[in-house]
Design a protein around this ligand. Structure first.
Ligand code: UT7
Length: 320
């Protein structure tokens, strides 16, 4: 078995929708500014008491149903999140228990908005090594909990949600390759600078702080460069792609990336208008949306790409 192949996708969004009109009542902003500068029209917000594992459980259940496999056939769970329900145990362990997936390894990955790409790349390597056969890979966030609802520069951007895929060992591709990067010198450009000690939350800020312009430029350059590397290393041209599924942070970022790849907008999946930036959930949510509405079809070639806090970034090229 040489490849890891996606055999099912799923996603879930919390019920409550927060529109731009709602935000106009909360901070000094306008629907016109938000739509023009970001493309976002609405986002979903988890209810009080609704945790990231609750969202992930729904997404995972849909992915397992789509794959037509049972939870106890999963031998690996990798859960990408920045907003775990507990400091420990991991969200992956909490999800494992809820799913009844008793025969597996389970751990979390923290790479903020690139988390799903990191989790997918890690699961792919477990499967390619032959040590594991069937993995559940999750990207899920309740990012609204890290948002300062008085900061108009960030609160209009983020939302909550979950996406999941089931990966299985296969002789046919599958994921061709994944390309992951990080540069910690930008740790202060996008951060929640706090930690728990002596029973207290400590540090500079408990909310997301972002240097928007710097993150914007890095997102365009890093997503494009890793995407081009993924194409080059598999001797693919951009024209060979059926779809690009980028991290959903801002329509202008998505447009700039597709321009650098010389790809028409029609080949780019964009769900940012309806979901906002859901961090690690963004790529699997967009993927599942496009699978369920029929745009993404079996055997098509997809390029996934993301960039987030760290900075972290990466791309994966795959045959669906
Ligand atoms: O997932 C990876 C992490 N996130 C991202 O990739 C996001 C990357 N950054 C961005 O998407 C953009 O930088 C933003 C959408 C955050 C901001 O867009 P921008 O075009 O870079 O705007 P700006 O920060 O330069 O602000 C322009 C103006 C400022 O007013 P002045 O100083 O020109 O008078 C802001 O105060 O827009 C103002 N502004 C707002 N106005 C109305 C900032 N936020 C808002 C708002 N409503 N919500």
């Amino acid at each position: 078995m040489n490849y890891a192949r996606i055999i099912g996708t799923g996603s879930h969004l919390p019920e409550r929708v927060l529109s731009n009109a709602d935000l106009e009542k909360m901070v000094d902003t306008s629907d016109e500014w938000i739509v023009t500068r970001t493309g976002i029209r609405e986002r979903h917000i988890a209810a009080n008491g609704e945790g990231v594992v609750d969202l992930a459980l729904q997404a995972a259940t849909h992915a397992l149903q789509a794959a037509e496999v049972a939870a106890d056939s999963i031998d690996l769970i990798i859960f990408a999140t920045t907003t775990p329900d507990r400091v420990f145990p991991s969200s992956a362990c909490l999800l494992q228990q809820k799913l009844g997936a008793t025969q597996c390894a389970a751990f979390d990955i923290q790479a903020v908005c690139t988390g799903f790409l990191y989790a997918l790349g890690t699961a792919e390597k477990f499967i390619r090594s032959g040590s594991h056969k069937r993995a559940l890979v999750i990207g899920a966030e309740v990012f609204s909990r890290l948002v300062d609802w008085n900061d108009r520069g960030t609160c209009v951007l983020f939302g909550d949600g979950a996406g999941a895929v089931v990966l299985e060992a296969s002789e046919e591709p599958g994921i061709y390759s994944s390309h992951l990067y990080a540069d910690g010198q930008y740790s202060n450009s996008l951060t929640v600078n706090s930690y728990v000690a002596q029973g207290q939350l400590q540090g500079e800020s408990q909310f997301t702080r972002m240097q928007g312009g710097e993150v914007f430029k890095a997102a365009v350059n890093n997503m494009a460069s890793s995407a081009l590397e993924a194409l080059r290393s598999n001797e693919f041209n951009a024209s060979d792609l059926d779809w690009v599924i980028p991290h959903q942070a801002n329509t202008r970022i998505i447009q700039a990336v597709s321009k650098k790849l010389k790809l028409p907008q029609e080949k780019v999946i964009s769900t940012v208008a309806m979901h906002g930036n859901t961090s690690a959930a963004s790529v699997p949510l967009a993927l599942d949306t496009a699978v369920r509405d029929g745009r993404v079809q079996p055997e098509q070639h997809l390029l996934l790409t993301a960039m987030g806090g760290g900075f972290t970034w990466g791309s994966a090229l795959l045959r669906f």
